[in-house]
Design a binder for this molecule. Sequence first.
Ligand SMILES: *[C@@H]1O[C@H](CO)[C@@H](O)[C@H](O)[C@H]1NC(C)=O
Length: 444
Amino acid sequence: MPSIHSFAQHLFYINVVYFNKLCVLTVQLAAFCQQVQVRVCANVRSEIKAIQILSVPIRVSLSRVASVRSLLRASNRLEEFVRDHQPDMLNRRFAQCYPPETPSLKLGRNSERLYNFMDAQYYGQISLGTPPQNFTVVFDTGSSDLWVPSSYCISEACAMHERFEAYKSSTFHHDGRRFGIHYGTGHMLGIMSREVLKIGSITVENQEFGESVFEPGFVFVMAKFDGVLGLGYPSLAEEVGNPVFDSMLNQKSVNQPVFSFYLSKSKLTGDHEGELLLGGIDETLFTGPINWNPVTVKNYWQIKMDGLEVQGASSFCPHGCQAIIDTGTSVITGPTADILTLQQLIGATPTSIGEYIIDCARIQSLPEVTIVLNKVEFVLTANSYVRKEDLGDTEICFSGFQAQEMPSLLGPMWILGDIFLSEYYSIYDRGQDRVGFAKARHTR
Ligand SMILES: *[C@@H]1O[C@H](CO)[C@@H](O)[C@H](O)[C@H]1NC(C)=O
C-alpha cells in the first residue's frame, strides 16, 4: 500500500492531467482514507490493549528493614543466640531418633532447607479475611507455603506480631489439618485454614494457609515480619494445597504466569526499596537484555550454574553445578570447601561465631566475583558482595558468602540470594519454567 504522501502526489499529477477522472479518484481516495483510518484505529486499539497488558502486573512494594541478625548484634545478643541454638542444630541432626509421632520433630521433605530468615530484609504487606487483617510477610521464592501467626499461638514470637483472628472473619474456612515447617532454628507447628487473600489489588479466594500456633526460637521474636509467603513450585510446599501463585494462576488473577523482583540496596529514605510484580515485569526497573535460564528441577527455582570465578584467581564448580534463586536468603551460599577458599580469596577472616569479617578499608581493592549462568557473566563487585552493618559509631563489613551444604542429585548446590538479586532484576516464569535476569536499574 502506498503511503499517504506518495498517494497524494500521485493524485495531484493525475488531477492535473486527467481532470475528468477526478471524481473516480476522489472516491478511491475516500476508500483509501477509510482504510487508513481503520488501520490507525486498529493500531490505537491494540496499543491501548498493549498498554493495558503492560499495566496489568500488580505492584507490591517491599520495604527493606534491619535483619534479625543485625538486631541481635546491635543488642549484643548475637553470640548468646548462636550458642543457645546449638541444641536446635542437634535436634535437627538427630530428629530420626525421636518417635515419629512427635509432631514438633516431623522433618518435612525440605528439612535440609537450613536458612532461617535471620538475614531476611525485604518485606511486603498482604491481608487475609473479611474484613481484611493485615500482615507483613517475606515474599520467599525459596519456599512454597503461606503462614501467619494464629491468635491461638502462645509463643513469645506470636505475641510480638500480628495474629490472625479467625472468629473475626466472615470468609474463614477451617481445614483442621496440622502442619509443621522445619526451620534452621526449630519446628513451627500450626493448623491449616482457608481464607480470602489480598495482595496489592489481587484477591485470591479460598487460599490455603497455615496459622502457626507454635513458633520456635528467637528469630521469629525479633523478626520484623509476621509470616512468610512462599513463591516456589507446589512440590516444595510442606502443606497439602496450592501455593499462592498457583491459586492466582488457577483463578486467572494474573494475565501472565510470571512474577518478578526488584530489590534495592539504597539506604536513602524515600527510595524505592523493592518491588514484587505479580503477572509481569517492569521494564523501567532494569536495563539491557533478559538472560533466561531453564528451571532444572521444578521445586525450588533451581537452575544450572556454569561457574563462579574470582578475578584472576580460581574458579569454582568448573563442571557446572546447581543454583537456587532465593529471595528469602540474603547471602550467597555454596559448598563448605568452596566457600572457605572463596573467603580466603577475598580476605575474609572468621569470627568466634562463624561469621566472616572483611576490613572495610579494603573494599575498593577486593576482586570481582563473576557468576556464569547460561554462558552469561554476572559480575559482583565487592560493593555488592560485602554487607555493611552499622554498630554504634562503627561500621562492620561482612562477607556476603556463607557455607551451606545442600546436596542435590544434579551436583553441588549454591543459593543466590539478595546480594545477587539486588544487582540483577529477576523474573520467574511458570509458563515456560525459566528464570530471567537483567541488570537492575538503581537510579532512583
Ligand atoms: C491494612 O492495610 C491497608 C493498606 O495499607 C490500610 O488501608 C488498612 O487501614 C489496614 N488495615 C488495618 C486494620 O490496619
